[in-house]
Design a protein around this ligand. Sequence first.
Ligand SMILES: NC(=O)C1=CN([C@@H]2O[C@H](COP(=O)(O)OP(=O)(O)OC[C@H]3O[C@@H](n4cnc5c(N)ncnc54)[C@H](O)[C@@H]3O)[C@@H](O)[C@H]2O)[C@H](O)CC1
Ligand SMILES: [K+]
Length: 498
Amino acid sequence: MKILTAEQIREIDLKTTTYENISSLELMKRASKAFFDWFTTRFTDKNLPVSVFSGTGNNGGDGLVVARMLQKSGYKVNVFIVEYSQHYSEDCAHNVRRAKVENIPIKKITSTGDLPSLSGFEIIIDAIFGTGLNREVTGIAREVIEKINRSGKKIISIDVPSGLSMNGKTYFAVHATETVTMQIPKLALYLPDNRNFTGEVYLINIGLNETAISDAKTAFYFITKQEIKELLKPLDKFAHKGTQGHSLLIGGSIGKMGSVCLASRAALKTGCGLVTAYVPKCGTSVLQSAFPEAMVVEDRNDTHITGIDFTIHPDAVGAGVGLSESPETQHAFYRFLQQNKSPLVIDADGLNILSKNKEWLALLPSRTILTPHPKELSRLIGVWNEDYDKIYKTREFAKKYRLIIVLKGAYTLIIDSENVYVNSSGTPALATAGSGDVLTGIITSLLAQGYEPLDAAKAGVFIHGLTANLSATKIHARSFTASDIIDNIGNAYFDIEK
Ligand SMILES: NC(=O)C1=CN([C@@H]2O[C@H](COP(=O)(O)OP(=O)(O)OC[C@H]3O[C@@H](n4cnc5c(N)ncnc54)[C@H](O)[C@@H]3O)[C@@H](O)[C@H]2O)[C@H](O)CC1
Ligand SMILES: [K+]
């Protein structure tokens, strides 16, 4: 699914009205009806007093239409018009008139003295600014937003939290508890810097014209279940373990053998036919007893890897989990990189070793997948100022070394030399020890099964996140573990194929 800019969305609005021969007012109604449907499903108690804060643009217009629909269906609604400008969009002005005719209590806020008390309301609908905002919020709008933010009430933002910048760092905006955005994902809604503004983000379909959307060019995408469903390969009736791919996981050191166990088990559970773990001697019995399905190739050294010599022919390699950064291990890793021709995933200490030896990056096969968390990424590419800067620097880095970067976080980003993909699955339950090791195993397995590296990264990240969504009501987020991720990989496949 495409992530688009405010300008592109405006163009799609316009094309929708032209192609479908409807007025902009009609489109506003469609959008507002979609929000109304979401809202009434989410908040079924009609006695909860709702206040709608509307601006004078089309976002404000949406708020007014929503207020009208809510009042009509029996909700108690008050509207406050935040008159930051005396210029009203045509469709907003129309809906102010309609709301007055329908006797909705409306108050204008033009100065500090007009600021209402919020104590009587349970829910605030924020329709002050949408994607049309193009400067810092000042004046009365700022005062209203400050007051809303201090209220401690539920704040539901229509389309975007008012004040959110669509193309740069946001310093001031509504702190929404939930944002209900209209059909097209906007990058700003998924950036960690904006987490206090957006709250939980929902996408609703407002019936924008599909041709208009498919005409829009972009380098930013939102990964959806449907896309993952389409890229998963069907199981061959005549499959046997030799045709399903062989994953090799290289890693582990004394005290850190769990990481390779997790990655190996995740690889097998993701569907490759064979899994081999390459570990130091101290890891052999750990692996063989914890995970009998795996084969083990032992390093000559006891506590950490010093060789990386093997005669097997893996279809993909995942290297780096629990590896340690000792000088002999670094040297062994260098020799491995010189010889390796298999598709590769590098994580954890593998990344740290690369950060210390940046010239080795040139040895990586094209489309190697690196899976850093933000700290590991900064060791590789240096520091960044804010999220947009981070994304562009990562893309440059990916381009320079022909890599795919999986930047782990709440909305994991997959970045290659051209495009940026935002993952849509997952919950905070995934912030748990070993979660990254499991991801490495999943992606390695998909590579071994013959998926293109970008598809392996996308599907791997999506499946990994989905295990947490699917467990949300069964395992409390606080007690969800990396092993639970592995145990739910099968459920994730079921859910995707549904
Ligand atoms: N396809 C869709 O998603 C649809 C979206 N709709 C809604 O329309 C808004 C965008 O509306 P627009 O009128 O372009 O802008 P805003 O409502 O966001 O209002 C901004 C408004 O104010 C002016 N302005 C900009 N910055 C400032 C400022 N700092 N201070 C004062 N004034 C400012 C600006 O020129 C605008 O006029 C979108 O988010 C949706 O909610 C449609 O209703 C349906 C289709
Ligand atoms: K808004």
